[in-house]
Write a protein that binds this ligand. Structure first.
Ligand SMILES: [Zn+2]
Length: 464
C-alpha cells in the first residue's frame, strides 16, 4: 500500500481546510472548507479544483464550520458524487450551515450588482441554495467512537474534539499487506474549560499526525470568561450605550447565552434586553438541545434550557433586525457572522461603529484579512457595503470564549501521545502560529514537524 497526501488548504492560514489522501487508487478528501479572509485566498474558491472531483471516493469531515465544509457545494457542482461522512451532530448542523453560506453569497452578489462595487457586470455567487441541495443527500452521520469501514484496508473513527457540537478528531486506520498504520487529524480542538462542551479526547498514538495551530503562538487568558464578560457588559452599559457581539451562530452564541443566563440569575449584570439577531443561532440552539448528550451533563440538570431566559428576544424577520438600530442604550445584540465577513452583523456595525457610547465585543478568533480583524486592530475606518464607516465606538475582546485550544492546551493534548509520530504536519494556523507550535513540539517533545505549503504533496507510506 502506498499513501500520500496533498495539501489543498489551511496551509499557513486558518481557512480552506482540505487534505487529499491517495491510498493506492482510493482517494479520501479530509474536510472540504471554504477559503475566507484575504482576497488572494478567497480567489482560490473560484479556481478549478486542483484534481478532478469525480475521482474522489469519499469525504470525511471533522466538523460543521464553513472553513471545513463550505466548499462542498462547489465540489459537487464540479462532479463529486461520493459519500460525505461526518458525525451525527455535524449532519444535523451542516445543511443549515451550507444554506446560510449560500444565502450570504447570493445576497453579497446581489448587493454588489445593485451598488456596482464589483468589477464584474453581473457578480455571481460561488454557489446557491440549489447547489446546496445536491450535497445534503450525500451526508452520512456516524456516532462518535464507532469504527466505520470504507474498504477492506481502510476504516475510520471519530473521537470527541470539544470544539463545537459534533466536532471530531479523525482517526484513520490503514491495514497494509505488511503492517497496520494510523493517521490522525486533530480537526479543530476545543478548550479545557468550555462552558458547554467537554475537553478534547486524548489520543495515544499516530504514525502521522495533522494538528491545528490556530493559537500555536498564544496562551489565552486564564481569567474566568464569565467574570470578564460581566465586567465588559457593566462598563458598556454604564457608558449608556449598547453592546454589539459579532459571534458565530454555531458554538460561541450558545456559550454567551449560557453565561448571560447565569449572570442575570446571579444579578452580576444589570437587567437589559438581549437580542439574538440570527435565525441560524436559534436553529443551532435547538440542535444543541437535541444533542444534549454531547454537552456537559450539568447544563441540563434542572430540566430547563441553559440557553434561554426571559429578557432574551430572537429577531425572526429582517424588519425586527433593522428596528434594533433605533435602540440607543441598555441592550446586548448578538449577531453573525463572527468575523464580520457577512450576515446581519454588517448592518449593525454600519450603524454602531460610529456611535461613541456603543461597544463592539469580539468573542472569537478574527482571521487575517477579515473586517473583524481590522476593527480589532484599531483601524480608524472600515469598508461596509462599499462605504467607509468611521470606528468611534469602543472595541474590545474576550479571549477566554474562543472555541480553539490555546498554545498550552494544544501542547497538553500533544503530550498525551505515548510515542512520537513519524511526522507531525502543522496546519490550520497563520504562519507565525504554525512556526511557533512547530518549535514548541521540536524543543519540548523532540518530534519531527512539517509546515506544508499550498498544493504541496508528501509521501506518507510506501509499500506497507
Ligand atoms: Zn472550527
Amino acid at each position: 500500500m502506498d499513501v500520500s497526501v496533498k495539501f489543498l488548504g489551511a496551509t499557513q492560514i486558518v481557512t480552506g481546510s482540505k487534505y487529499l489522501l491517495n491510498i493506492d487508487n482510493y482517494r479520501i478528501l479530509v474536510d472540504c472548507g471554504l477559503f475566507q479572509g484575504k482576497k488572494e485566498d478567497r480567489i482560490k474558491n473560484w479556481n478549478p479544483f486542483p484534481i478532478d472531483p469525480a475521482t474522489i471516493d469519499v469525504i470525511l469531515l471533522t466538523h460543521a464550520h464553513i472553513d471545513h465544509i463550505g466548499y462542498l457545494p462547489r465540489l459537487c457542482k464540479q462532479g463529486f458524487q461520493g459519500t460525505i461522512f461526518c458525525t451525527e451532530a455535524s449532519k444535523d448542523l451542516i445543511p443549515m450551515m451550507l444554506k446560510d453560506a449560500a444565502k450570504l453569497q447570493e445576497e453579497e452578489a446581489e448587493y454588489a450588482e445593485h451598488k456596482h462595487y464589483s468589477k464584474h457586470e453581473k457578480p455571481q455567487p460561488l454557489y446557491n441554495l440549489k447547489d446546496v441541495e445536491t450535497v445534503i443527500p450525500l451526508l452520512e452521520g456516524i456516532p462518535f467512537e464507532k469504527k466505520t469501514v470504507l474498504t477492506e484496508q481502510i476504516s475510520f473513527c471519530y473521537q470527541y474534539a470539544g470544539h463545537i457540537l459534533g466536532a471530531g478528531i479523525l482517526e484513520l486506520f490503514l491495514q497494509g499487506s505488511r503492517m497496520d498504520k494510523k493517521i490522525v487529524f486533530s480537526g479543530d480542538l476545543g478548550r479545557h474549560n468550555d462552558p458547554v462542551l467537554y475537553p478534547p479526547k486524548k489520543i495515544a498514538e499516530a504514525d502521522f499526525l495533522f494538528v491545528e495551530s490556530t493559537y500555536g503562538n498564544r496562551d489565552l487568558t486564564d481569567e474566568d470568561p464569565k467574570k470578564e464578560l460581566a465586567k465588559i457588559i457593566n462598563e458598556a452599559l454604564h457608558y449608556n450605550g449598547c453592546v454589539l457581539i459579532p459571534a458565530f451562530a454555531l458554538g460561541r452564541t450558545q456559550a454567551i447565552l449560557y453565561y448571560l443566563k447565569q449572570l442575570f440569575k446571579e444579578h452580576k449584570i444589570s437587567p437589559c434586553k438581549v437580542f439574538i439577531d440570527s435565525p441560524m443561532a436559534m436553529n443551532t440552539t435547538e440542535i444543541y438541545t437535541k444533542n444534549k448528550d454531547l454537552c456537559k451533563a450539568s447544563l441540563f440538570e434542572y430540566g430547563e434550557s441553559p440557553f434561554d431566559f426571559d429578557n432574551l428576544q430572537y429577531c425572526h424577520t429582517q424588519q425586527a433586525s433593522i428596528q434594533i438600530n433605533d435602540i440607543k442604550s441598555n441592550a446586548i445584540i448578538i449577531s453573525a457572522s463572527g468575523m464580520a465577513t457577512g450576515g446581519r452583523i454588517l448592518h449593525h456595525l454600519f450603524h454602531r461603529l460610529p456611535r461613541e457610547n456603543d461597544t463592539v465585543l469580539f468573542v472569537g478568533y478574527q482571521g487575517e484579512g477579515t473586517r473583524g480583524r481590522r476593527i480589532l486592530e484599531g483601524e480608524a475606518e472600515v469598508r461596509i457595503f462599499g462605504e467607509f464607516v468611521p470606528v468611534k465606538c469602543k472595541v474590545t475582546k474576550l479571549d477566554g470564549l474562543s472555541a480553539h485550544a490555546d498554545c498550552e492546551e494544544l501542547f497538553d493534548w500533544l503530550s498525551a501521545f505515548n510515542k512520537s509520530p513519524k511526522n507531525t504536519f502543522i496546519v490550520h494556523g497563520e504562519k507565525e502560529s504554525s512556526e511557533a507550535l512547530a518549535q514548541t513540539i521540536q524543543e519540548k517533545l523532540g518530534w519531527n514537524t512539517f509546515i506544508p505549503q499550498y498544493l504541496e504533496s508528501y509521501q506518507l507510506f510506501e509499500g506497507i
